[in-house]
Design a protein around this ligand. Structure first.
Ligand SMILES: [Zn+2]
Ligand SMILES: [Zn+2]
Length: 239
């Protein structure tokens, strides 16, 4: 009966919460519960170099080629559900919301930085064709609009087809999977980039992209992602 009522209601009022699918008002993005629950990163406790909480900072053990990394949300619960829905269904409202929150992070953490362009982690073209979109590209385009910066669409290219998604792999495999995967096909002398991806997990993908941009002459690369994965105890030992 409840399901029937919902279906009938959805016909007139089809907007649903981006995280849980609950019906919501026309101008909302999340239902009140998810809005309350969404897992935000605490800027006061964050290492702005690796993006992790200071107590989990990995900057001493790993040398990242990017100069900074920030994200508005933790890759858990509500934020994770909203991202999964965005990635697999592609929803303009979600990319707008995430990009808006990313813009706030960029404006506060990178306020001293003068960016020349926004670029994004490219997707294996076959995968992008099958999925019909690259979430990183959507976020970068939306974010660049908010920050009034140009998007450099061909700053990075994907050099081969990938066997599986990064998130299905272990730490060591992730490092190997991205080896030689990205390339900067042009000279980008002296440019400062804002590199966008949907989720930062190990940081190997962003690092590989930053390394390519720097090798092609970029002066600096700063990263922003919508979500960041905080380390679990098991993963801490691997580092
Ligand atoms: Zn909800
Ligand atoms: Zn750090």
């Amino acid at each position: 009966m409840k399901a029937l009522f919902k279906t009938a209601l959805a016909a007139f009022y089809p907007k649903t919460c981006a995280a849980c699918g609950e019906l919501i008002g026309e101008k909302e993005w999340l239902c009140p519960f998810c809005r309350e629950m969404i897992e935000r990163c605490d800027p006061a406790k964050r290492c702005n170099r690796c993006g992790l909480p200071k107590k989990d900072c990995v900057c001493k053990s790993r040398l990242f080629r990017f100069d900074g990394c920030v994200a508005p949300f933790i890759n858990e619960g509500t934020a994770r559900n909203a991202m999964a829905r965005f990635k697999f269904r592609g929803c303009r409202g979600s990319s707008r919301y995430f990009a808006g929150q990313m813009a706030l992070c960029v404006r506060s953490v990178y306020r001293e930085i003068r960016f020349d362009a926004v670029c994004f982690v490219p997707m294996d073209p076959r995968k992008e064709y099958l999925r019909g979109q690259n979430p990183a590209r959507l976020l970068a385009t939306e974010l660049a609009g908010l920050l009034r910066l140009p998007v450099d669409r061909d700053a990075l290219v994907c050099t081969r087809y990938t066997k599986c998604a990064q998130h299905d792999l272990g730490f060591k495999e992730r490092q190997n999977n991205v080896k030689g995967l990205y390339r900067c096909p042009k000279e980008v002398d002296g440019k400062v980039f804002l590199l966008v991806d949907d989720i930062k997990t190990s940081g190997y993908t962003l690092d590989a992209c930053a390394a390519e941009l720097i090798a092609a002459g970029a002066e600096a690369v700063f990263c922003v992602t919508a979500l960041i994965t905080y380390p679990k105890k098991k993963e801490k030992k691997v580092q």
